[in-house]
Design a protein around this ligand. Structure first.
Ligand code: FMN
Length: 378
C-alpha cells in the first residue's frame, strides 16, 4: 500500500494515474488494466464523438469495477482565422499530400466535437473522475459534476493557472511540466512562457494551492514517483511510460519510435494541430519550421492536417505522423500496463526505504511532505 491524500480520496491503492491520451493510445484494455492494478486509468476522450465515449466507458466498466477517469478538451473562445490564412496553409500542406499520394485541397473536416454533449455523456454514465485540459469548463458544468459526486481534475502549466483552477472549485490539479508528451495544457499565458519543468513547477504549485497536486511530465518509474512525492505531489500522472505498453493503442510505428528514441529526440511544435505539443521530431515538423505564414490555431490546424496524419499512419510512414512523447522516452518499456504500475511501486518502496525516510511504520514519511500532503507507507 502507498497512501496519499489523493489515493484515499480516489479510493485507489497507488498514487499512479495513467495519463489520458486522446487519439487512440488509451484503449479500454489499457485504462482497465491500470485501474485493476491499483492505479487510476484514464480515457483520453477529447477527440471522440459523444456516443463513442459512451461505448468506451461501458467497455471499460466491463473490464474493471475500479474507478477510472475520462478526460476532455475544454474549447477555447478564439477568433477563427481569416480565409487567406487557411488557404495559404492548405496550399502549403498540398506538398506533403503529394508526397503521400493523397488528394490536394480536401474539404475541411469537423474541427471539434461538442464539448457540452461530451460532458452530458460523462454525467449520464456516472464516471468516477472527470479530468480536463486546455482551460476551465463553465461553472454550470463543474457544478453538475459536483452534484453527481464526480471527482474533478484540472490541468495547469503555471502556478497562476493552478490558482484559477482552485478558485473554480476543482478537486485536484495536474501540474504539467514542460517535459510532458502531447499537448501543453496552457490556457492563461503564451505557451512560450509556460515551459516550466516538472521539478520547478510542482513544489511552487504545492505551496500555492490547497488541493492535491499531481506531478506530470517526464515521470517514467518509481524514481520519478518518489521524487514527485518528495516535491509535495500527491500522485503522478504518467503518459509516455504507458505509450509503448502492451495494451496501448498507439500505432506500432509510434511505439517503435518511442522505444528507439532518446531524451533529446523530442521538440515542442504547433505544426500538427495549431497548439503547442511535444513529440518526436519528424520530417513534417522540420519542414514546417520554415513555414512563412501563420499557423491556424487549434482545432483548425488539427482538422487541416488530419488527412495527412491518417494517410501517413495507414502507410506506417513516421515522417508525417504525430509521434507525441515526453522527454523521458528512453525509459519507456514494452511491458504490460499492470507491470509498469507494479514495478514503479516496488521501485518506489525500495527507494523510500533506501533514502531512509520511510521505515515500515505507517506515516513515517510525513517529514518529506508539506502539511496535508503526507505519505503513509504501509
Ligand atoms: C500521446 C499523448 C496524448 C496525450 N493526450 C492527452 C489528452 O488527451 N488529455 C490530457 O489531459 N493530456 C494528454 N496528454 C498529456 C498527459 O496528460 C501528460 O501531461 C503527459 O503525458 C505527461 O508527460 P509524460 O508523457 O512525460 O509522462 C497526452 C500525452 C501524450 C504523450
Amino acid at each position: 500500500m502507498m497512501n496519499t491524500l489523493l489515493t484515499r480520496k480516489l479510493n485507489i491503492r497507488y498514487p499512479i494515474l495513467q495519463a489520458p491520451m486522446a487519439g487512440g493510445p488509451t484503449t479500454a484494455d489499457l485504462v482497465a488494466s491500470v485501474s485493476n492494478a491499483g492505479g487510476l486509468g484514464s480515457l483520453g476522450a477529447g477527440y471522440l464523438p459523444p456516443e463513442q465515449i459512451r461505448t468506451a466507458i461501458r467497455e471499460i466498466k466491463q473490464r474493471t469495477d475500479r474507478p477510472f477517469g475520462v478526460n476532455l478538451f475544454v474549447p477555447e473562445s478564439s477568433i477563427p482565422p481569416e480565409d487567406a490564412i487557411i488557404d495559404a496553409m492548405n496550399h502549403h500542406l498540398n506538398t506533403f499530400r503529394a508526397e503521400l499520394g493523397i488528394a490536394p485541397n480536401p474539404s475541411i473536416p469537423k474541427a471539434a466535437e461538442s464539448f457540452e454533449e461530451q460532458v452530458q455523456v460523462l454525467l449520464e454514465e456516472h464516471v468516477a473522475v472527470f479530468s480536463f485540459t486546455f482551460g476551465i469548463p463553465s461553472r454550470e458544468i463543474l457544478q453538475s459534476m459536483k452534484q453527481q459526486g464526480i471527482f474533478v481534475i484540472g490541468t495547469a502549466t503555471t502556478v497562476h493557472e493552478a490558482g484559477a483552477l482552485e478558485t473554480a472549485g476543482v478537486d485536484a490539479i495536474v501540474a504539467q511540466g514542460s517535459e510532458a508528451g502531447g499537448h501543453r495544457g496552457t490556457f492563461l499565458t503564451s505557451t512560450a512562457d509556460a515551459r516550466v519543468g516538472t521539478m520547478a513547477l510542482v513544489p511552487q504549485m504545492v505551496d500555492h494551492v490547497t488541493v492535491p497536486v499531481i506531478a506530470s511530465g517526464g515521470i517514467m518509474d518509481g524514481r520519478g514517483l518518489v521524487a514527485s512525492l518528495a516535491l509535495g505531489a500527491s500522485a503522478v500522472q504518467m503518459g509516455t511510460a504507458f505509450l509503448a505498453s502492451v495494451e496501448s493503442g498507439a500505432h506500432a510505428v509510434h511505439k517503435q519510435k518511442i522505444l528507439s528514441s532518446r531524451e533529446d529526440s523530442t521538440e515542442v511544435t504547433d505544426a500538427y494541430s495549431g497548439k503547442a505539443a511535444r513529440g518526436i521530431l519528424t520530417d513534417f515538423m522540420k519542414a514546417m519550421r520554415d513555414y512563412p505564414g501563420a499557423v491556424p490555431a487549434y482545432p483548425l490546424q488539427h482538422a487541416l492536417t488530419r488527412d495527412i496524419r491518417q494517410a501517413a499512419a495507414k502507410a506506417s510512414n513516421p515522417a508525417y505522423m504525430s509521434l507525441w512523447a515526453g522527454q523521458g522516452l528512453r525509459l519507456a518499456r514494452e511491458h504490460a500496463a499492470a507491470d509498469i504500475v507494479e514495478q514503479s511501486v516496488e521501485q518506489a518502496m525500495l527507494l523510500m526505504k533506501r533514502l531512509g525516510h520511510f521505515g515500515s511504520e505507517a506515516g513515517s514519511g510525513d517529514s518529506l511532505c508539506n502539511g496535508h500532503r503526507s505519505i503513509d507507507a504501509e
